[in-house]
Design a binder for this molecule. Structure first.
Ligand SMILES: Cc1cc2nc3c(=O)[nH]c(=O)nc-3n(C[C@H](O)[C@H](O)[C@H](O)COP(=O)(O)OP(=O)(O)OC[C@H]3O[C@@H](n4cnc5c(N)ncnc54)[C@H](O)[C@@H]3O)c2cc1C
Length: 448
């Protein structure tokens, strides 16, 4: 049992400014933890998992003192940098994973939907607009024969699972998007689309009257003192018996799961507001959201609303064995974004990107989360793997239920998960992963 945990790499891993956060109104100044306080519960991390954990703790223990600490501003981290797809269905319903995996897929879908329902309920309670959360589904798009086949395969598997989907041919895809780039699309209605930074900021706003939220207050150490943990931030201290650690890959910075977590950086660019003339030139619907049939392809969204009509492109992957990355990585990804944007929207040649950014997600080699009581009183809701918006929300709910002893049948599923497998030592892990990602990206071809 550790008596002292010292945290490293604080605040790293968020290169560039996320357009999602920048197009929102400026938030009120951050409330920093600048004194010594006590609480019954401390949540560390204000992403999907931490905010879900805080809300669930409030539901389970309405009279307890709950405190949440976030190292930066809520909305500036990975959650607010994501592409905003809260997806119900497992991503990988291909023939290989499907063989014998139907039950697993059904279970995962059922669990994801609990998380989505939780998000929708919060949105209703906190009065989110449709720009922030819209249960409008998503389209898996194909720009190549291979992608098209993958989509057809996916549609078959969905049918076998009893899930609805709608096939969209090239003409339909052009009607929706304005571009003739896509050969087909598969619409699935269960996904929820969020303005990611607006969602996490809205969750924090909604919770603020019941949970003490401090931002720009990174946890730098945790020291065991009797039955409490003394948690130090840069300017304050919390004495607390129970902690939910919702820091995703930063778990490694807290000294846990060394050489077992993979940090994958993703990158995105958002255009400036399109002019009326450009909107007319493009045609299509004002809002749509495309996930590539090939996972290494480009995710593309068109949004409209208070910040105008814009297009967001996300592609490019970078493996890191640590949570740090340079600002230059964003410039490198920008070339790929511009190429993908121009190929899809030649009619928008004059449209520049206004924001470019990168962010981090956490994977384990054997696709398992890190969950359960890591130390006496320290519970983890970390390492979300893919679908981090849904699974992060789910792990936050489950961690709060587990820590409060609240009955939830899915807790056992998470507790039963294996430990993340050990990765090869450096530099082999980085070299292997980089070569693999590069090869997969090349194979994605026009999907990228
Ligand atoms: C460009 C991009 C696009 C993506 N698109 C999608 C998508 O469309 N759908 C999807 O499901 N997933 C997507 N993801 C992945 C998704 O963003 C993550 O999986 C998700 O954010 C994980 O949620 P989380 O709450 O576990 O962790 P995070 O969102 O990373 O939140 C953890 C928080 O902990 C804080 N923290 C860390 N250390 C400390 C400390 N010492 N003290 C206090 N606070 C600390 C961090 O600042 C951070 O805000 C995308 C990611 C990126 C980068």
């Amino acid at each position: 049992m550790a008596n002292l945990i010292e945290v490293t790499n604080i605040r790293s891993g968020n290169p560039g400014l996320s357009g999602w956060n920048e197009i929102l109104p400026k938030p009120a100044p951050a409330r920093l933890l600048e004194k010594t306080v006590t609480a019954d519960w401390l949540v560390i991390g204000g992403g999907f998992a931490g905010l879900a954990a805080a809300r669930r703790l409030r539901q389970n223990r309405p009279h307890d003192q709950i405190l949440l600490l976030e190292a930066i501003r809520i909305g500036e981290g990975a959650a607010g940098r994501s592409s905003g797809f809260m997806i119900d269905l497992p991503h990988d319903l291909n023939s290989d994973s499907y063989a014998g995996g139907a039950e697993k897929d059904r279970k995962q879908t059922e669990m994801n939907r609990k998380a989505l329902a939780f998000a929708v309920q919060a949105a209703q309670e906190y009065g989110f607009s449709k720009e922030i959360l819209d249960a409008r589904g998503k389209i898996n798009v194909a720009a190549t024969k291979k992608g098209d086949l993958h989509n057809r395969d996916y549609a078959e598997h969905l049918k076998e699972l009893g899930e609805k989907s709608t096939w969209l041919d090239a003409t339909e895809m052009k009607r929706i998007s304005g571009t003739d780039y896509y050969l087909s699309g598969l619409y699935t209605p269960g996904a929820i689309m969020i303005q990611p930074a607006g969602f996490v900021r809205g969750m924090a706003e909604g919770l603020r009257s019941e949970v003490n939220i401090y931002e720009n207050s990174p946890v730098i150490s945790l020291r065991r003192q009797g039955s409490d943990w003394k948690v130090k931030t840069s300017q304050g201290t919390v004495s607390v018996p129970k902690i939910i650690l919702a820091v995703n890959g930063h778990l490694q910075s807290f000294g846990f799961m060394k050489q077992r977590l993979m940090h994958i950086f993703l990158f995105a660019s958002m255009t400036r507001t399109l002019t009326e003339k450009e909107i007319n030139k493009l045609g299509g619907e004002r809002n749509w959201e495309f996930v590539p049939a090939d996972p290494m392809g480009s995710t593309v969204r068109r949004i409209s609303g208070k910040a105008g009509d814009r297009i967001v492109v996300r592609n490019k992957f970078k493996f890191k064995s640590s949570v740090e990355i340079s600002e230059r990585s964003v410039e490198i990804a920008a070339r790929d974004h511009d190429r993908s944007f121009t190929a899809r929207f030649p009619m928008l040649k004059a449209v520049e990107m206004e924001y470019r950014w990168g962010g981090r997600l956490c994977l384990s080699w054997n696709d398992v989360p890190v969950f359960g009581e890591l130390e006496d009183g320290i519970f983890a809701a970390c390492c979300q793997n893919g679908l981090g918006a849904s699974k992060g929300t789910l792990s936050g709910i489950l961690a709060a239920d587990y820590a409060t002893g609240t009955e939830n049948p899915y807790v056992a599923d998470y507790l039963d998960a294996e430990k993340p497998s050990l990765l090869p030592p450096e530099p082999f892990a980085s070299i292997g992963a980089t070569v693999y990602l590069h090869w997969k990206e090349k194979q994605a071809g026009r999907e990228k």
